[in-house]
Write a protein that binds this ligand. Structure first.
Ligand SMILES: CC/C=C\CC(=O)SCCNC(=O)CCNC(=O)[C@H](O)C(C)(C)COP(=O)(O)OP(=O)(O)OC[C@H]1O[C@@H](n2cnc3c(N)ncnc32)[C@H](O)[C@@H]1OP(=O)(O)O
Length: 361
């Protein structure tokens, strides 16, 4: 009986997906029907505005770090805290990520957090960036990116870690991993996600060329799932969310991680008997290094001594404590062109990645 009514509910939801999301709008918050208004209360922080709707179990999270939503340390931290709060509240099953700044979804890393800053600050910053990735990539919530502006580099990283991407049809809103053009090579965990999303050859080309795709091309290559007129981005994101959440329990609470990682190799997704692994475990198998990051801290020796001097693997090995070196750590995640004076200080990133990311088994 319960099963039958659940199926009927799902059918209704598929026919009218937005019905699941009554009370939720973007840009304003309507009282949740029958919810006593509790779901309509906004919360958040200075740079992240959260519009929760308890009735639908969906929250809209808006990045609000004008003018371009650069990922400052504060924004990264506030995003992680907001996501954690929603994840810990079992009322919520989905989050729509969008921008509160006109024309820009997110400009990526805040380069002022890296250029000319001391190693300790860079270490803290890079760790925060990785934490955000972990929080989104391994999230048990369904994440939909409502991309209502330009979405380069770190902005694209956030979008890629979502289950679904809806992009506004504006030729100025380009999306992609353009790090190469800044002299940065994307970390391998990012490369893997690109490959999972748009395929091997397309990723190879896009990463090497630092391509930023206009909407039509982004859709064609599979980087986004929908391109819609700008004024329909939010409503489309809500419809997409409803579609994902319409999957009946218990699957629906895990549908994001399962779908997101379903393109991982079968041996990561299934055990020896062919049974599907829980999504979190599959993710950990696919990206063990991401999970280890939680346990690792940048060692003071690294922060203090090596970073500013164009570190090499050998020099890092000479400095790092033996227990860290028990696992080889060279991943070559970020390489930088010394010839670029603007980004000269970004060479710090290289050491940070070395220090944080163990080699893949
Ligand atoms: C492993 C590595 C992982 C990630 C790597 C990264 O994320 S590196 C960052 C890469 N980001 C970019 O390449 C984006 C560069 N910015 C842009 O393309 C444009 O600024 C953008 C986002 C399309 C917005 O264009 P718009 O015309 O609206 O603004 P404008 O270019 O005039 O910029 C306004 C001011 O913001 C400053 N700024 C731009 N990007 C960044 C940034 N990433 N970090 C810090 N500051 C940034 C820009 O210089 C302007 O400053 P102002 O003082 O007003 O001149």
């Amino acid at each position: 009986m319960a099963l039958a009514s659940g199926v009927r509910f799902a059918e209704r939801a598929l026919l009218r997906p937005w019905a699941l999301l009554r009370g939720t709008t973007l840009g304003r918050t309507e009282p949740a029907a029958g919810g006593g208004g509790d779901g309509a209360r906004r919360f958040g922080s200075q740079r992240v505005l959260v519009e929760p709707d308890a009735a639908s179990g969906v929250a809209v999270m808006k990045l609000r770090n004008p003018p371009i939503n650069a990922l400052s340390l504060e924004l990264l931290t506030e995003l992680v805290i907001s996501l954690e709060k929603l994840e810990n509240d079992k009322t919520f099953r989905g989050v729509i990520l969008t921008s509160d700044c006109p024309r820009v979804f997110c400009a990526g890393l805040d380069l002022t957090e890296i250029c000319g800053r001391n190693p300790a600050h860079c270490a803290e910053y890079w760790k925060a960036m990785q934490e955000l990735w972990l929080r989104t990539y391994l999230s048990s919530l369904v994440l939909v990116a409502a991309i209502n502006g330009a979405c380069p580099a770190g902005g694209c990283i956030i979008a890629l870690s979502c289950d679904c991407r809806v992009l506004a049809d504006n030729p100025k809103y380009r999306i992609g991993l353009n790090e190469t053009l800044l002299g940065i090579i994307a970390p391998f965990w990012l490369k893997d996600t690109y490959v999972n999303t748009i395929g091997h050859r397309a990723s190879e080309q896009a990463l090497q060329l630092g391509s930023l795709f206009p909407p039509a091309e982004a859709l064609q290559v599979g980087l986004v799932d929908q391109v819609v007129p700008e004024d329909q981005v939010q409503s489309t994101a809500l419809s997409e969310m409803a579609r994902w959440l319409a999957v009946p329990e218990p699957g629906s609470s895990q549908v994001g991680p399962i779908f997101f990682r379903s393109r991982a190799p079968a041996d990561q997704e299934h055990d020896a008997k062919g049974h599907r692994r829980p999504p979190a475990e599959a993710a950990r198998r696919r990206h063990p290094e991401l999970c280890q990051l939680r346990l690792q801290r940048l060692h003071p020796e690294v922060a203090a001594g090596v970073l500013g001097e164009a570190p090499t693997e050998e020099r890092l090995r000479a400095v790092l404590p033996a227990r860290v070196l028990a696992k080889p750590i060279l991943v070559g995640t970020v390489a930088l062109e010394d010839s670029s004076p603007v980004f000269a200080h970004l060479k710090l990133l290289r050491a940070l990645c070395f220090a944080h990311l163990p080699r893949r088994p």
